[in-house]
Design a protein around this ligand. Structure first.
Ligand SMILES: Nc1ncnc2c1ncn2[C@@H]1O[C@H](COP(=O)(O)OP(=O)(O)OP(=O)(O)O)[C@@H](O)[C@H]1O
Ligand SMILES: [Mg+2]
Length: 397
């Protein structure tokens, strides 16, 4: 499988674009998919994948030979309105929306400015689903999704969006969130389909194994797990712990704000081996270990409830919380010690853990698009995308 990074973190406007130059054709095995990703002259790549996460909203689409990712933090911050503020925001090309009683900064900029203004950035989602106690959650997410996704390039362009599976350890279900996000995308005139986050990881990482295996996405609000056989889910569930849980626990033990802990965690991005007393690093070591132990304990428990076919199930690990150096090795070590009820021939670390779910959604969308014979020869892939970089000036709906 050929996959190579070309450019990372190129900032265009104020939406981060990442190009992963990939011969995606190779992600498919001949016996699984029958179409080619490479365009013939005039063909337009017309399918998108959207990962709607507690911390990040990421869109994946093809641009020529490349997969292009558009990413925004799923966050906003309310400010009091003043002309000075607006001028400043316009000059620095910040993503914001004007409201009757002030201004809301959106996405990445909400996070950046939260530190400057010493305010907390609000998060529309919590533990994988829309936050019920945040009244502006849905309108803010709508704006962020519209910016990241852009308008469809053709009538009923196929879109796959990720959804968490029901958590096994929290008293919440994902139905309302799933239906709301689906309705939002449908309103934008996409031919919208929903896919479990764990299955999206399998689409992205396990093409070499005929989409059979265990896909795990360790995100911010949740950890999502799907066991699939030939791309058909046998079991999907989520666990109510992820990166946010680590931030909360470390914040409680050290007395530092969660945002500070999160920034240190992401900057460090390495699992420690020693428990340094009283430090953020020391607490992070403790809680990463606790998180991995908890995920594997629940995985073991859930696998004991089903009788999967007697085949091998490779394991793919993705999600932003699996990025730190040492996370994958510790996960692998603990998984081996646990001796799960399935045969695990190999473990795969997603090449790009943060973008794996969006890429999996894109692959699912393209499979659907090919099956439905939806290929047209109009429009341009890039025009629509570039529009997505513009400042939001509309009123909140
Ligand atoms: N370099 C890094 N080192 C450590 N943690 C990181 C790093 N980058 C991101 N994270 C963490 O990854 C998490 C976000 O990952 P991801 O985008 O996969 O989650 P999400 O999809 O938004 O959430 P969820 O799937 O739970 O709804 C956050 O907790 C973030 O702090
Ligand atoms: Mg996620």
């Amino acid at each position: 499988m050929v996959l190579y990074l070309l450019l990372v973190g190129s900032k265009v406007g104020h939406i981060t674009r990442l190009w992963v130059g990939a011969n995606i054709r190779n992600l498919f095995k001949e016996n699984v998919a029958t179409f080619h990703y490479i365009n013939k002259d005039g063909d337009v790549e017309m399918a998108k994948g959207l990962d709607i996460g507690t911390m990040n909203i990421i869109c994946a689409e093809k641009e020529g030979e490349d997969v292009v990712f558009m990413q925004q933090r799923n966050a906003f911050m309310e400010l009091e309105s003043s002309d000075l503020t607006k001028t400043m925001l316009d000059t620095s090309k910040v993503l914001y929306v004007e409201e009757d009683d002030g201004i809301s900064l959106l996405g990445e900029d909400a996070f950046r400015f939260a530190t400057i203004f010493e305010k907390e950035a609000k998060r529309p989602m919590k533990r994988g689903i829309i936050c019920s106690d945040e009244k502006n959650a849905i309108p803010m997410m709508k704006l962020i999704v519209e910016r990241v996704l852009g308008t469809p390039k053709s009538q009923a362009e196929v879109l796959y969006i990720s959804s968490p599976a029901d958590p096994i350890d929290l008293d919440i279900n994902v139905l309302y969130h799933r239906k709301t996000m689906e309705a939002l995308a449908k309103k934008m005139k996409y031919d919208t389909h929903v896919i479990d986050e764990g299955l999206a990881v399998i689409y992205s990482e396990l093409a070499d194994y005929n989409f059979t295996g265990l896909g795990i996405s360790v995100g911010a609000g949740l950890t999502n797990v799907t066991l699939a056989y030939l791309a058909t889910p046998l079991m999907s569930f989520s666990i109510g712990k992820g990166g946010d849980w680590i931030d909360e626990q470390v914040s409680k033990t050290t007395g530092l704000p969660k945002e500070h802990v999160c920034a240190t965690k992401e900057a460090e991005s390495k699992l420690g081996t020693d428990v340094e007393f009283g430090s953020v690093k020391g607490a992070l070591t403790v809680y990463y270990d606790a998180l991995i132990t908890y995920i594997i304990k629940n995985l073991d428990r859930k696998l004991s409830e089903i009788a999967p076919p007697k085949v091998s199930f490779p394991v793919a690990i993705a999600g932003g919380s699996s990025i730190p150096k040492g996370f994958f090795d510790l996960f692998e070590k603990k998984l081996k010690e646990t001796k799960l009820r399935i045969d695990i021939p190999t473990m795969i670390r997603a090449k790009d853990p943060l973008y794996s779910v969006a890429r999996g959604c894109l692959i699912a969308a393209r499979t659907q698009e090919a099956a439905a014979g939806k290929r047209t020869t109009t429009a341009t892939a890039t025009t629509t995308q570039k529009k997505a970089h513009g400042k939001t000036t509309g009123k909140k709906k």
